[in-house]
Design a protein around this ligand. Sequence first.
Ligand code: ASP
Length: 312
Amino acid sequence: MSKKKFAIAVHGGAGTILKKMMTAEKEKLYKKALTIALEVGYDILEEGGTAVDAVEAAVYELENFPLFNAGKGAVFTHNGKHEMDAAIMDGSTLKAGAVTCLNQVRNPVVLAREVMEHSEHVFLSGKGAEQFARMRKIKLEKDNYFFTDERYKQLQEVINEEGAHLDHNINVKEKKFGTVGAVALDVNGNLAAATSTGGMTNKRFGRIGDSPIIGSGTYANNNTCAISCTGHGEFFIRAVVAYDISCLIEYKGMTLKQACKEVVNNKLVKLGGEGGLIAIDKNGNVELPFNSDGMYRGYKSSNGKELIAIYK
Ligand code: ASP
């Protein structure tokens, strides 16, 4: 009997990521972080672990790198705070857990999984979510843990402006989306997806993006695919991006490649929505489409194929 196929993909955000704006040193750091997250997830799958375990572990790693806009490294809100969002979905049961507006949870993806597995709910927010985190003995941190100089500088650049900025690098006005995510297929044919983000710099009014919204930024279904998105959340919510790709496969018989192209390079572009996503289907096909200049991305498959890339 041939060995069952398994694979994992990760992203660290999409946007105006141009080689000319990157230093060799920084590029190395990004690639290293993506590689570590991929390897951690891949090892779990190789040992026969579940897709849910693999995506949680990969996102957990990325949340701990201040390079990315999630966990440590999350961007600042207008009020100089952090409001983090995350979601996870198990394609084998269609169970999901999501959390939003977290100020204190060290690894939002861990809490999302707790919601999925240890509550009767799917989506918890703010104070209530953190009360649940305390009950489940999830690791909390004070504000200073989430403080990074770079993000603070970014907030100061735009704090007097009206809008929120979807960026995570030195020049906030050049759009970059530093959300992180992972999708995986395990040896038992189960799919899972997870996404985690700090949202937008200078955001106000309790703004929530697509990342924690099941069907928009995160979705997994064993019959079709697993998806984790990054980009301008408002557009991804309106286009119901992740579920739309699943639907095009389920109801229209499209391949993963065709469905991704239709949504990312046609529908989203027409709406004006910038960003990308990582996707894996039940046969282990991987797609990493984006309509921006770049996306921090990578995948590794049991068929020997692997990739780490940043630019177009
Ligand atoms: N999609 C995220 C949001 O709108 C941002 C990102 O991808 O970086 O909150």
